[in-house]
Design a protein around this ligand. Structure first.
Ligand SMILES: Cc1cc2nc3c(=O)[nH]c(=O)nc-3n(C[C@H](O)[C@H](O)[C@H](O)COP(=O)(O)OP(=O)(O)OC[C@H]3O[C@@H](n4cnc5c(N)ncnc54)[C@H](O)[C@@H]3O)c2cc1C
Length: 259
């Protein structure tokens, strides 16, 4: 079974993020790492390919500057190869433009299954995977807590507000996974060494048959108008117990309608 996994490469969350003062978008220069959310998708894909008795796991990413550091981590986990779309004309791409690019790259692979995370940890519109599915005319199942493939059917236990649903759909399909669907493995030393020589195909917009007008700032239908710093958290009120602390705390919780 061949599985394509979307892997978003993001600035290291350990470093404070910066916004470009003109475009108000995240500055994504320098080394990028694999978004932690996608390590679940990579692990899920590896386990499904194993359970099916073989097949390839191919990573698909769109990132600036020909960046492959995050992809190498996923290759070290065991994925066979990667496709990276990088093109200067992609700067300013909104979620739909990104979906168009990833859908075009995935179409060339004709996978049995496409796996993505439910949402990324930096941009997190949570809309990209379903847009990719729509563009590829594939059924999509979101918020997967458990995924099994049986022949040409994928069975998914998906998280809902009330609990969970069991659904199934025919392959090919797109599934988005939640953190906790599987426990991502740590890349082994052997895996890290092997990843250095695994193929990463770099594609431009022209390779995908897309024109610069459809993507990037030119094709974006969303625009960030302004940004403002988040309000600083106020210091909490300290209740000094003069015999009536419990009453004051209950009154406070009652005021907030928490009890
Ligand atoms: C108006 C606007 C302008 C923007 N301008 C820029 C810009 O100039 N430069 C820039 O770098 N970004 C820019 N972005 C963000 C960029 O387009 C995002 O990659 C895109 O919006 C999808 O990310 P998300 O976090 O919202 O995806 P979500 O829907 O939250 O992600 C869900 C999952 O989809 C997959 N996925 C998402 N993005 C990618 C990716 N790039 N490659 C592989 N898999 C992916 C991952 O599996 C991810 O976990 C802009 C966004 C907007 C709205």
């Amino acid at each position: 079974m061949n599985v394509a996994v979307c892997v978003k490469q993001i600035p290291d969350p350990a470093q404070p993020g910066r916004l470009d003062p003109q475009s108000h978008t995240l500055v994504r220069q320098g080394k990028l790492i694999m978004d932690d959310s996608d390590s679940y998708g990579v692990e899920m894909a590896l386990q499904l390919a194993d359970a099916a008795g073989g097949g390839e796991v191919t990573l698909v990413s769109m990132a600036p500057g020909g960046e492959t550091s995050g992809l190498r981590t996923a290759l070290a986990m065991g994925a066979s190869k990667a496709v990276l779309v990088s093109d200067e004309a992609l700067a300013g791409s909104d979620a739909l433009s990104t979906a168009k690019v990833l859908a075009a790259a995935i179409r060339r692979l004709s996978p049995d299954l496409v796996v993505a995370a439910t949402e990324s940890t930096d941009g997190y519109t949570g809309t990209l995977p379903v847009q990719v599915a729509e563009l590829l005319e594939l059924p999509s199942v979101s918020f997967a807590k458990r995924v099994e493939v049986d022949g040409s059917t994928v069975r998914v236990n998906r998280q809902t507000e009330a609990g969970s649903d069991d659904v199934e759909c025919p392959l090919p399909a797109l599934v988005t996974v939640t953190a906790g669907v599987v426990e991502p493995r740590y890349p082994s030393f052997k895996g890290i060494m092997a990843a250095k020589n695994k193929p990463v195909e770099q594609l431009s917009l022209a390779d995908l048959g897309l024109s610069p007008e459809e993507v990037g700032a030119a094709g974006a239908r969303q625009e960030v108008i302004s940004v403002a710093p988040a309000e600083e958290r106020q210091a909490g009120e300290i209740v000094v117990d003069e015999g009536d602390a419990h009453e004051r705390i209950v009154a406070f919780l009652d005021e907030l309608k928490l009890i």
